[in-house]
Design a protein around this ligand. Sequence first.
Ligand code: MEV
Length: 313
Amino acid sequence: MSEGSARRSARGGSQAGESAAEHTAFGPGKIIVIGEHAAVYGEPVLAGAINRGITARAVAGESAIEFSSSLSAQQGQALQRAFAAAVKAAQAPAVRVSVSSDLPVGMGLGSSAALSVAVARALLQAKGKGFGVPQVLELAAAMEGEFHGTPSGVDHTTSARGELVLYRKQGPTRAVKAKKKVRMVVAISGARTPTKTTVAGLRERRTRWPKRYARLFHEIGTLASEGARAVATGDLPALGDLMNINHGLLWAMQLSSERIDAMVRRLMALGALGAKLTGAGGDGGACIGLFKSPTQAVKQLTAEGVQCFETEL
Ligand code: MEV
């Protein structure tokens, strides 16, 4: 079945509009379980779509986009550029798109990719022809290019597919089927450095010390592949261990901060099997902790004033 005729599901499907002139579509956010940054250099990365994301609603009208949450001037400009790129690529009839989010924005949870996927789906629905994941990916990639420059593609691929995947920039992406539930606590450690900045900083260090960084990226890619095996065999303690090692390497590459590390330690103290930053890192942003049973940790963190939620991959 093409996506154009699919119903929306919590894992990121889309739905036909309520009337001929109205189209509503969803793009889920994502978490990177293992392998951010190394993904940019072609290493495999284990990432999963989450139960929160972005909804785009398109109605016939003058071509425009508006976001319900407040955005910085820079984010607002990027949104306008990205929308213009998608409209041009989609060749859909003119629509006015309004976007809303139940995902923390700009925190490493793939909000720009979720937005790109939701808007791509809404535009394709407005076009009125059947479409599938490849068409969504093409439009979402055009938008992500405006948001991030040269992203690896893991964020919008994970969002468009709406599942847990082992993604590789140059290679085929494969779905990873979990033998046991993979339950994560997502906790926000504070405001974050833009992805472009952390990616650029790392690129400089890698240019200066290419052999060492190639070794580290390859090791992270190996951790991601081992993580996919741990998920497939239901070995959650192994997955937790791999996440901890990945966080250590991200720290070593200057992608963590005191508040991220404090959040990672807090998640471990609350009983996580493993914890790490997720996404681009930098000053703050989202951290994840793998839990057999996350409810108590979410309750405790919430009581401590931490913005957090539970998700299952
Ligand atoms: C951002 O979610 C993930 C990074 O690896 C960047 C990318 O893959 O494009 C930091």
